[in-house]
Design a protein around this ligand. Structure first.
Ligand code: UD1
Length: 413
């Protein structure tokens, strides 16, 4: 991706459906009989991977943006390493397969650039529901003739862990209570859709979820919620370029923590029909940020707000509490002239410096977004390589930014 920085972004942009909502919804199809239709599915690398995985398991899949999935025949209970290694969220098929087939075999996802990211809490949840778990040759084998409801406390708030165990509990016998469940809007959306499918879930959107098991679920039609991280990324793009951007198809209520920090920093966010308008005053103020599970500040916006803080007027402390190694973007931002020091799980950002274009490398999905943002605000040309990370989670980002006036293009490496 080649970006010539310095253009004020102006105009309207429409946010795509949320990747992190679409992936568990697609996996939840495994629990159902009949067609599911999910509309507003974003065209992304991770979605293509999930389609491939579900197809491999024997599900029928048709369409793109409007995706139809039918799981009447599940032919293969195994998700191989080749499919799981490119996307950790592949593990989301484990709970539904176990509940529907009584057994499942899924490759262990392994570590990733932002930390070890274990799945022990998923597995402990399945064990509590009566499954036997066996780890061998890099695979998780789970088995249970019929899952039984139980009380499960998550030591750490885990998004996909909550989703995985929640899906399994829908077809378990009796009542399951999930405590310290993740409250992210994507988890709530999954629970609402499971209820449409015929599940009996209470406490949707809270940290205590109660599930009364049912015998079967049926296919549904559902439109995927807008992506709050893509929305936040465009908000920061407007702020970093001194722009004025109307963001359509977004949910302001999912972005309270980010909006509160941006407002403190001097950015104006005006809710409007169908979305919001983002503008910025003359001066950007430095603010401290700490990532936390929802409704706290999202870790998936940490790299982007760090890019913004590089331009703010003084010193900002950004503390990452969700993942242990999520500062890989720091060294790349420094190559663009940022003054950032890492102390433990905090990054001290000294603002007030001009960023300058440089060749940089994308290292993970959100880190790539922060480099695009830095490139938009930098003097001169920034060349970002390894942008496949970006295509995993942002739909046609260069097209959307070009329409706002950015000088950005994709070139073949
Ligand atoms: C999801 C999101 C990801 C986001 C993250 C945190 C999807 C597909 N991905 O990832 O974009 O950055 O939530 O908001 O929705 N943990 C354990 N044991 C487990 C599970 C998690 O120790 O079994 C730890 C992790 O290492 C991490 C923390 O819990 O430190 C939160 O991780 P989790 O919420 O599970 O992240 P994901 O669901 O993988």
């Amino acid at each position: 991706m080649v970006i010539r920085g310095g253009t004020r972004l102006k105009g309207e942009v429409t946010v795509s459906g949320a990747k992190n909502a679409a992936l568990p919804l697609m996996a939840s199809s495994i629990l159902t009989r009949g067609w599911n239709t999910f509309t507003g599915i974003p065209r992304l690398g991770d979605i293509a991977t999930m389609k491939q995985l579900l197809g491999h398991l024997g599900l029928k899949i048709e369409g793109g943006k409007d995706l139809r999935i039918r799981a009447d025949n599940l032919t293969c209970p195994e998700a191989s390493y080749n499919l799981v290694k490119t996307m950790r969220a592949s593990v989301l098929v484990l709970g539904p397969m176990l509940a529907r087939l009584g057994k499942a075999k899924v490759s262990l996802p392994g570590g990733c650039a932002i930390g070890a990211r274990p799945i022990d809490l998923h597995l402990r949840g399945f064990e509590a529901l009566g499954a036997k778990i066996n780890l061998s040759h890099g695979y998780i084998e789970a088995e249970a003739k019929k899952l039984r409801g139980n009380k499960i406390y998550f030591d750490t708030s885990t998004v996909t862990g909550t989703e995985n165990v929640l899906m399994a509990a829908c077809l378990a016998r009796g009542t399951t209570v999930l405590e310290n469940a993740a409250c992210e809007p994507e988890v709530a959306e999954l629970a609402r859709v499971l209820n449409k499918m015929g599940a009996r879930i209470e406490g949707v959107g809270t940290d205590i979820i109660e599930v009364e098991g049912v015998d079967e679920l049926k296919g549904v039609e559902h439109r995927v919620m807008p992506d709050r991280i893509e929305t936040g990324t465009f908000m920061i793009a407007a702020a970093m370029t001194g722009g004025e951007v109307k963001i359509k198809n977004c949910r302001v209520e999912h972005l309270d923590a980010l909006i509160s920090k941006l407002t403190e920093a001097g950015v104006t966010v005006m809710p409007e029909d169908e979305g919001m308008r983002v503008t910025v005053g003359d001066r950007l103020r430095s603010v401290d940020v700490k990532t936390l599970p929802y409704p706290g500040f999202p870790t998936d916006m940490q790299a982007q707000i760090m890019a913004l803080m590089c331009l703010a007027d003084s010193r900002s402390v950004i503390t990452e509490t969700v993942f242990e190694n999520r500062f890989i973007h720091v060294s790349e931002l420094k190559r663009m002239g940022a003054d950032i020091q890492i102390q433990g799980n905090s990054a001290i950002v000294r603002g007030g410096r001009k960023l300058s274009g440089a060749p940089v490398m994308a290292t993970d999905l959100r880190a790539s977004a922060s480099l695009i943002l830095a490139g938009l605000a930098a003097e001169g040309v920034t060349e970002i390589s390894r942008i496949y990370h970006l295509d995993r989670g942002y739909e046609r980002i260069e097209k959307k930014l070009s329409r706002l006036g950015a000088d950005i293009r994709r070139v073949k490496g």
